[in-house]
Each structure stands twice: as structure tokens, then as C-alpha cells.
Design a protein around this ligand. Sequence first.
Ligand code: BGC
Length: 729
Amino acid sequence: MHNRKLNYFLLTLIAAIAVIFFATRSLVAQDAGQPWMNPKLSAEERADLVLKQLTLDEKIAFAHGNGMSRVPNWQMPLTSLANGGAGYVEGVNRLGIPGLVISDAAYGVRDSGANGRYGTAMPSNLGAASSWDLESACEFGEVIGRELRAQGFNMTLGGGVNITREPRNGRTFEYAGEDPLLAGTFVGSRMKCEQAQHVVGDLKHYAVNDQETGRLVISSVISKRAMQESDLLAFHIALSIANPGAVMCSYNRINGDHGCENSYTLRDVLKNDWKFKGFVISDWGGTHSTEKASAAGLDQEQPMADYFGPKLKAAVEAGKVPLSEIDDHARRVLYAEFLSGIVDDPPQKNVVDVDKGLEVAQRIEEKSIVLLKNVEAVLPILPSKVHSIAIIGGHADVGMISGAGSAQVDPPGGNAIMPPGKGATRWGEPVWFPTSPLKALRAKLPNTKIDFDPGTDLKSAVGLAKSSDLAIVFAHQWEIEGLDLPSLSLPDNQDALIEQVATANSRTIVVLETGTAVTMPWLDKVAGVVEAWYGGSAGHKALANVLVGDVNPSGKLAMTFPKSEKDLPRPVIPPEPPKDQASNFSVHYDEGPKVGYKWYETEHKRPLFAFGFGLSYTSYGYSGLSVDSTARTAKFTVKNTGKRAGTEIAEVYARLPKGADESFKRLVGWTRVTLAPGESKTVTVTIDPRVLQTFDEATDRWNFAPGDYEVFVGASSDNTPLAASLRVR
Ligand code: BGC
């Protein structure tokens, strides 16, 4: 008790000192003629006050990067100030404006290993989105924001919200699935909480950057209406929630013009229609011009100063770029700095709270894992019935795989499949975290015989499976930025391994560690399938909890798993053409807004697993839907009809009125309902009006088609037992 009081006293004292310190600092600064240091003013007011003080050189300095750590071709005099990160933008010391110290942080802080630091890996973004849980999204962002600051960074490059139009896209694991509402809401919630830690937030890659093949040259050809109702909608929703300081424009071209000099997406939509006040930062090496890009709305070139350094200054001096444009670029960077809090509360290098990060990573993964198949309740594993388990393949004895590219987070101790001391992570090499499912399961089931076979010799794997009560095959599919998957098949002969093990033991479970959908030619033969995604720093513990039933799975797919690539809008991704033909390389998104489940429904193709699908160890019933057309809400009851407590994600879809020129269901809302066995709850879901409307190209406006909208409620996009109608006048 005595100690508690003392701790409380000390904490209060520290807090009081901190308040006095910051208040005095800001008072001193204001007294010293720096009125922008007054935190009571708005970010806009503060940015305007600073802007008036800036020289042209200082303004231009905000418009470009200063190189990138560790990339030989991207070195500049100030690169060392990037703190080992992706970039550095010079601040204005004399005015108390800090530079931007920027790090990649898709699912955790990048390059921690190379910098001799530690960063937590959250589950992959696609995995986390499968939780449909906005508290998880927030915690995901909070951990990353805190760790960025502890490492000395004040800006993140996270927040990938490109929708899954092309499931073979090598960056699918970095994004939040195929639906604009789910992806936009999830990523927006994550970035809101990340920026609240006082780092400049970022959403990327704007826009229609939906495949990696030819990403620097390809043109995404798509109608304005289609892009507004799909890819752009995801960004708009995320933006309206997060209010991020920055948006990164993408490498690809959109209807001919590069993402970073596209006046439609940047100026007309992002800045004019959506009133985005932060700055547009180019993807690394994604700037292609000075005057055109500046006029189109690019505010900052990264990571070099090829177009927005001396050339931009010369263009201003020659009257080719108006000074007002430069002012706008600089004001936006200043606004982002004040908005995010990095001026008032700069990062202090610190030791990362490892335990907190691991705890959050585990909790999120537990909510992200999707149970896809569970015949005769083969899961959860009951030690009273299962005395021996064969764990096969996937390096499950040492760890779990992670997503690569600029998103890569470095595991403690290095790559778990490399010999000790040789574990540095290198671009292009799959990285396993030291999160061994074998060890985690043994810890959970101390009295069960659990053996491992690497799965490299089919005979030996089959032998172990035959002699065990249960076989669990760990299968993986690795993804990396810059490279699309050749197909959705599991690589390295893993389909054959699963097939043979399942033939030897009918109680075979497949655990998938994948960055996107996979095809499953063996599906009918196995008893269970668990999608664990890329599990992050505590993936093994989360997975073991699900396998033994300490956690009842609740995740649902944030993307459709097709039966075959033949069912995709584009069965084949054409290869990138030679350089001299690159300007003709394009992908025609003729499916328009019909992305994912909308496509399968319209085309009458049954997927392997539908968007929104996921099983539980209990069962749920739905009843009593009523729709309030004025309040735009759907009210219904969910009942836990099984014997275990669980959380059900209840999904609400709507179909436009009969007269409208579109026939597919759209996700319009959802809720997570936690229920004890036998318990019922009546819930109300608000229908988001943005996803009920259509975009009219002629007037550039969103409209409600008048009439009766069918509203559906259920457990997945292909299982909506309740229906009612919503009238829009
Ligand atoms: C990626 C971005 C990343 C940047 C900086 C680019 O290659 O597309 O997502 O933020 O590099 O590393």
C-alpha cells in the first residue's frame, strides 16, 4: 500500500514536471516571437504563421527527401539524419520546426534489425482485417506508433488501403482485403490511432495500385465511376476516419498519368472533393516531372530531389510554377507536423515495450485466424481423445513465415531458418519469425506425444501421419513487394504433401500461413483448415490457443478465396513488356466496381470460400430483421446456438433498387457480437450511406437511386438468411 502511494506520488510528480516543461517551452517559444508554438491555435493557423517566415529555400526543402538509408543510389548529404529509416525531410531549426524522420511500418517498424533495434510484428494487415475489429485496428496502430517514436521516428509509411482486385498481387498481405467499407474503416481506424501517438500518419498507395507486375509503368485503366465506387472509396473512408498528415501517391499510372502527377486523383478528388489538407508524398522514386507533378498536386518528392529540389526552385524563379503552389506544398507539410503533434511532442528515443507489443500482437492474431473447415469437430484438439500429433512441414519446428519487401519486420535473433549468426534479413529471402507452432503446441499439450517431420520426404511424412491420432500440415505461401504470385497454388509441392498426408490420416488439419488466398485441390480430403495468415511476433501462441480451444476462432475472410485462377476477372497476369514498349502496358479493370464477392455474385461463380466466411467452435442463429429507413439502421437478433462462448461477426449487405444499373450486394455494415452459450442479443447496425450510393460521372456527384433497397443479414456474403427492405425517397 505504502509503495503504491509512493508510486502514485512519483507518477503525479513526473506528470506535473512534464506539463510544466512543455508549457514553459511553448511559452518561452511564444515569448521569443514564435506564436506558432501556441498549441491552442489550430494546425492550420500554426502552419500559416510559420509559412510567412519561410524563405524560398526553406519551402523547397519541404518539397523533397534527402535520400534513403542503406540504398547506395539514394544517398544525399543529409541521409544520415534519416535515423536508419526510409527518408528524411529537413525542418527549420531556427523556427522550431522539426525535420521528418520517416520509417516504413506496414505491420511493424521496418529495419529494426539492421539498426540494432527491436520492433514488434503485428499479424499481416490482411490477417488483422479479418478480425473486423476496430479496437484491434486501433491497438495495431498504437503499438506501431509507440515503437516508431521509441526508435526516434516521427513519421510512418503505413496504411496500405489498396483493395484486393488482383489476389495474386504480391502486396495483398499489406492491404485490408477487397471491400472498400471494411478496408477503409479498418485502415482508417488503425491510422487514426497510430497518428494519435504523435507520428505523422500516412495512407498508401494512392491509387488503383492493385498489382505489382510492371508497377512502375503500368496504367490502370478504369472508369471514374468504377474507381470512385471501389478503390477511391476505400481511401476516402480511411481518410475520413484517420485524417492523416500524408497520402502516398502510387508508382503506377491511372488512365495514362502516373499516380504522382495525376491531376484527377490528386487535385480534383483528394484535395478538392475530399478536402484533404495534409501533403501528398511520392512513392520512393515515383516522381516523374516538376511542373506537371507540382500542378497536379504532388507536394513532396521522395526520396531524392531530382524534380522537386533545384529544378522546382528554378521553375519558380522562371515563373513556370507559381509561388502559391510552393506555398501550398509547404503549408501542407507544416499542417501535418502540427496536426500530428510532432512539433509539440517530438519523439524521445526509448526502449520499446516488448511485452506490451507481444501481448497486443497475440490478441489481434487470435481474432484474425479464420477457421475454414472443421469436419466432425476435429478441432479443437481434445487431449482426452488425441494422444499423438504429427506436425508436418512449414518449418513449424522453428517458426512462422512473414511478409516481405518494404513491409518486412525483422525478427529477434534473425531469420529463424538460417544458421545462428547468419540471420540478417535480406530483400528477396523469405523470413521466418522464431515463433514455433510445434513448441507452442507442446507447451499447451504437455501430455500429448507431438512429433515433427519437415515434410521434405513424402514417405517419411506419411509414415508419421499414419502412426499419429492427428496430423497437422503447416503450409506457407510467401509474398513480397515488387513481385506478383505466379498463381494461387501453394508452392514447393505442398499440395502433394497435404494430399498424401490426408490420404494416410483422415484426421488431417491444414494450417495456412499465407499472404492471400490459395487454391486447395485437397480440400475434400482434409478434416480441417485454419487460415493463420502471417501471424506476427506472437503468431504461434495465438495459433496454439485456437487449435486447443482456449480461444474460439472468430475471424472472417476479408477477401474471397476463388476455386481457381480461371474464375478471376483476369485469369492470367501478362508479363511486363520490354522497356521500349512499357508505355503501352496497361491493365483494364473492366469488372469496374465488381471487386471480389461482387464479381463472383454477378458472374454466378461459386468461390471456394466466400468473402466474410469463417467458422467457430460454436454455432449462431439469426432472426428478426427490421430496417428503419429514416435512421438507416438494421436491427436483428443473433443467438449462440452451441455450447461454447464465442464472438460472431454479423454482416449487413444491401442491393440497389431494381431500376439501378447494378445487381450485386454491397457490404454496408457489420457488428461483432460476443455471446455465452444459449445467449441472444439484439443488435442495431447503422448502414453507412457512402456505400449505398452510386457515382455519376456526368455531374461528378454521388446519388441515391430512389426506391427499395434489399437489405440482407447473415454470417457471410453467401449466407444471408435475413432480408428486409430499406426505402430511399
Ligand atoms: C514502396 C512503399 C514504401 C517505399 C519506401 C516503395 O518501394 O512501394 O510502400 O513505403 O518504398 O520504402
